[in-house]
Design a protein around this ligand. Structure first.
Ligand SMILES: C[S@@+](CC[C@H](N)C(=O)[O-])C[C@H]1O[C@@H](n2cnc3c(N)ncnc32)[C@H](O)[C@@H]1O
Length: 381
């Protein structure tokens, strides 16, 4: 959970940087509700929604900040993050800095880096002003105990360019937090559906160019909303990229086509079992939003030859679903799905076995349904 210092820092920065656009109390709740509807209904309209600035800074930033931990902690557990104490990062569509600050927070907590040099690109200069104010707090200010120091290189401009390699060249890590679903959603004067075939072609090239422009072994982490359409777009792009020998390091434990694409009703997203700090939970309740669990969709691509898949690796892609006498978890492994029954008499599965977690199985299950303890034992990575 985010410590209180985040909320007091955000409050101070909001008062100073947002000026008349700042909101608290009922007007803030209305802004949060309006922005949430925009997020879930018309993502492409988000781009025009620089307006609800208080909702973005005071609510969505601290709510979404821990989401990057999902892919990053897995990469850290496999030794796939940079070994240097200073990281060169590019944040595409950096906004107010949610993803950059989430990365800096994890780097501090796991003692992976002291300084994060971030080229932060956004076409909204006001967003970058907020990010600069927060980044300053990481450099000897109130967030210094929470984050690695963020040194910012703000860059106002579009990331929706045919060849983004110039923007990312030689960086160790590229980030695209909750922005990809907004990109290339119009062609000329007309809007196009998020899964438009031409859009998918453009995005496939965009992702590949960014990944291969990173330094060798560099990683590109994409986060997108855990909604069905953008998530299935991410899964489709994953299939295309990995068939071209790009290394998809997370979340997939295998290199075969995604089994969750075959059923229209499925989408592969993650859910971190993290509670919101009480003041944010209260805002969420008042705005009619969920206040438990953090969901997102993700893809981590590496500029490296794909590592051979390990037969006993799996990702939890469904559940936990409690039913009589058991909790059900769905495992994706070796291009197959296995329904795993965790019997209640064995206690509840630990919170580390959440949707999106990578796990290791002690043996490969042989049937579509398996019982934990009897047929297979899973442990979180
Ligand atoms: C939903 S916000 C996400 C911000 C941040 N990355 C995060 O993780 O919360 C999307 C951001 O992308 C920016 N954006 C959208 N389209 C863009 C484009 N074509 N070029 C640059 N920035 C863009 C918006 O201005 C906005 O700040």
């Amino acid at each position: 959970m985010l410590s209180e210092v985040w909320l007091t820092t955000i409050d101070r920065v909001a008062r100073r940087v947002l000026g008349p656009a700042d909101r608290t109390g009922v007007p803030l709740v209305s802004e949060i509700r309006a922005l949430s509807e925009l997020y879930t209904r018309g993502r492409h309209a988000m781009h025009l929604a620089g307006g609800p600035r208080a909702a973005r800074l005071r609510f969505f930033l601290p709510r979404d900040l821990p989401k990057i931990e999902g892919p990053l902690s897995f990469l850290a557990s496999r030794g796939l993050l940079p070994r240097e104490r200073t990281w060169d990062v590019v944040d595409l569509g950096a906004g107010y800095g949610t993803t950059t600050l989430g990365l800096a927070r994890l780097a501090k907590r796991l003692d992976l880096a002291d300084t994060i040099r971030v080229r932060a690109i956004d076409d909204d200069p006001k967003a970058l002003d907020v990010l600069e104010a927060l980044a300053k707090e990481t450099r000897g200010g109130s967030l210094a105990g929470e984050c690695a120091a963020v040194e910012l290189e703000p860059m106002v401009g579009s990331v929706a360019v045919a060849d983004p390699s110039i923007l990312v060249k030689g960086r160790m890590i590229a980030l695209a937090g909750f922005v990809m679903n907004e990109l290339f959603t119009s062609s000329g004067t007309s809007t196009r559906p998020i899964d438009d075939p031409d859009r998918l072609d453009v995005l496939e090239r965009w992702l590949a160019r960014i990944t291969t422009a990173l330094r060798p072994s560099g990683t590109f982490v994409v986060l997108d909303p855990a909604l069905r359409e953008p998530t299935r777009v991410l899964q489709t792009l994953r299939d295309r990229l990995q068939s071209k020998a790009l290394d998809v390091a997370f979340p997939c434990p295998h290199r075969a086509p995604c089994p969750l694409l075959s059923r229209e009703r499925d989408w592969c997203h993650a859910e971190l079992p993290l509670a919101l700090p009480e003041p944010l939970a209260e805002l969420a309740r008042e705005a009619g939003l969920r206040f438990e669990g953090l969901s997102y969709a993700t893809l981590a691509l590496r500029n490296a030859a794909p590592e051979p898949p390990r037969a006993r690796d799996a990702t939890i892609v469904g559940g936990p679903i409690a039913s009589k006498g058991k909790v059900e978890l769905h495992l994706c492994h070796d291009a197959r799905l296995t329904r795993l029954d965790w019997m209640s008499r064995d206690g509840d599965p630990p919170s580390t076995l959440h949707r999106g977690a990578r796990v290791t199985m002690d043996r490969e299950p042989t049937a579509e349904r398996a019982r934990h303890g009897r047929d297979v034992v899973i442990t979180p990575d």
